[in-house]
Design a protein around this ligand. Sequence first.
Ligand code: UT7
Length: 319
Amino acid sequence: MRHSRIAGVGGFLPPRVVTNDELAQRLDTSDAWIRERTGIAQRHVADPSQGSSDLALEASRRALDAARVDAAAIDLIIVATSTPDYIFPSSACLLQAKLGVKNCPAFDLQAVCSGFVYGLATADQFVRSGQAKCALVVGAEVFSRIMDWNDRGTCVLFGDGAGAVVLVAGDRPGIHSSVLRADGTQAGMLSVPGNVSGGKIIGSPYLQMNGPQVFKFAVKVLDEVGREALAAADATIDDVDWLIPHQANVRIIDATARKLGIPAHKVIVTVDLHGNTSAASVPLALDVAVRDGRIQPGHRVLLEGVGGGFTWGAVYLTM
Ligand code: UT7
């Protein structure tokens, strides 16, 4: 039987760091409030000259290096992003050209903060069905562009970055199970309710959300979908070596781990240094933990995403 497994992981954060204190200089907020309510100490912000495909390129190069795979071997590119370079062409096509890859399918996937988990589950289907042998799956975002930097309720939460994995075919998993869910009736809870029409922005180009509602919803569905993914693989909570939930708020992460019954020392947390990087948060956290040696080959990892749509999902895999 054909399976897919992660052969290499890479991440990229733009160099500019914005601390809570820097935000507090021009907003009615404080380092203490942001740390206490979210766990966030800083976030990275991309230079105006960098688009999502530029961040994706750096993360992809690092993932390809880690996998010891030449870019020419890539036969599928999925970029999960809600902040693409353009309306079209897709950031995945731009990334394909920047990598010098020819002919393979390339597309963006829009599931907001669940995007990477959606993308990984999708690439797994391509690999297992024999349609791809070496997929590049990227989460890349420049959420700084869709922030109202005068809205203290949202702009302190998000950051920019990209994370990537190379997913290859093999005869043992790899990815054991994936579960994807969505509920479009909850679209209004977290959105950027604008579009471009006739040369004008119609609606709002800024992120808006009901924070407390999102908080409760996230904890509930991350618990449910994590259990569903484990059950689908005939695994239990005790089998999980590492939990990597979407990195939005350390209180959401702690509450999710508590509900699932996973001890804090098995949970990867990067929201303190990255903020919420939406589709990039899970692969960036995976990259940090692989590079610092916590996640080792053979370890079993539960990845979880939740975000606008609403969308949520989990992938259970062996590294
Ligand atoms: O990827 C998914 C995306 N989003 C999320 O996961 C976010 C989920 N939600 C959250 O993380 C939290 O709900 C927030 C961090 C957004 C807010 O924390 P909270 O504990 O739910 O606070 P709140 O919204 O209930 O607001 C409490 C107070 C309010 O003041 P009043 O009305 O009590 O006087 C806010 O105006 O905190 C105020 N507040 C702030 N104060 C200082 C909100 N933002 C700030 C701020 N600095 N940055």
